[in-house]
Design a protein. Structure first.
Length: 242
């Protein structure tokens, strides 16, 4: 969407009364199925390492710039190092049993431009494909748009990381393109796929998430009645601005 200035040049639409976004706080986000809490080496390292150890291989670390970790002490040292940072700002995802079963972060935080990214996503098998996993992403997204006032919420991943790309699309992120030879990770080239959700998208996606997370969307066995991927796609394609 664009307008024209006095020189008849196309320019972006006005962003009225823009004063920037707020930096995220290292504070808990409470959900029905999970909590998203500040990552703490003392509280979460052992649970996370045990949860990751349930994997039969180390495939979860392939596309991350760190890991695998040889033992709990090594993993705890990594957690202790990153848990004190402001950007990226790391969180642990706590399931209904009170166990830390995954990690995610806010990063590339730009309050002046209203842009923030969710990254460092590492879900153990105890969290993958669960309602809690989706709710955790929803809680972080809602916090970014509604509490902190961001205009743009990003997701970036290795272009070869198919599970991450499918997850982004399921959650309603729109693919924007691939930056070729963007990084060298573990001695290999990484082309990075970029996705985003804007504040305009969020106005369409929020009711979809709430519909999907509602108790009525799950049968007695906990199986979903409506797939989130279909709901997010329908919401975005129905909008005249998409």
């Amino acid at each position: 969407m664009s307008e024209f200035n006095h020189l008849c040049q196309p320019v972006g639409y006005p962003v009225v009364s823009w004063a920037g976004s707020r930096r995220p706080r290292s504070a808990p986000l409470e959900g029905r199925w999970c909590q998203v809490v500040p990552l703490d080496a003392n509280l979460h390292s052992a649970d996370l390492y045990s949860a990751y150890a349930l994997d039969l291989d180390d495939g979860r670390w392939t596309y991350l710039p760190y890991g695998p970790f040889a033992n709990l002490e090594e993993y705890r040292a990594w957690v202790d190092d990153v848990a004190h940072r402001d950007d990226p700002m790391f969180f642990a995802i706590i399931n209904s049993s009170g166990k830390a079963v995954g990690v995610a972060s806010y990063q590339h935080i730009e309050p002046l431009n209203g842009s923030i990214e969710v990254g460092h996503i590492s879900f153990s098998t105890l969290l993958q494909a669960t309602t809690a996993a989706t709710e955790a992403m929803y809680l972080m997204m809602r916090n970014a748009f509604e509490e902190l006032g961001y205009r743009r919420y990003e997701w970036k991943c290795d272009s070869l990381n198919k599970p991450s790309r499918l997850a982004a699309e399921r959650l309603g992120f729109s693919y924007e393109g691939t930056f070729r030879q963007m990084r060298v990770v573990k001695g290999r080239n990484r082309d990075t796929a970029w996705y985003s959700i804007t504040d305009r998208d969020w106005s369409l996606l929020k009711p979809v998430f709430e519909q999907w997370l509602a108790a009525s969307n799950f049968d007695a066995g906990g199986r979903q009645r409506l797939a989130l991927s279909g709901l997010t796609k329908a919401a975005l394609t129905s909008s005249p601005t998409n």
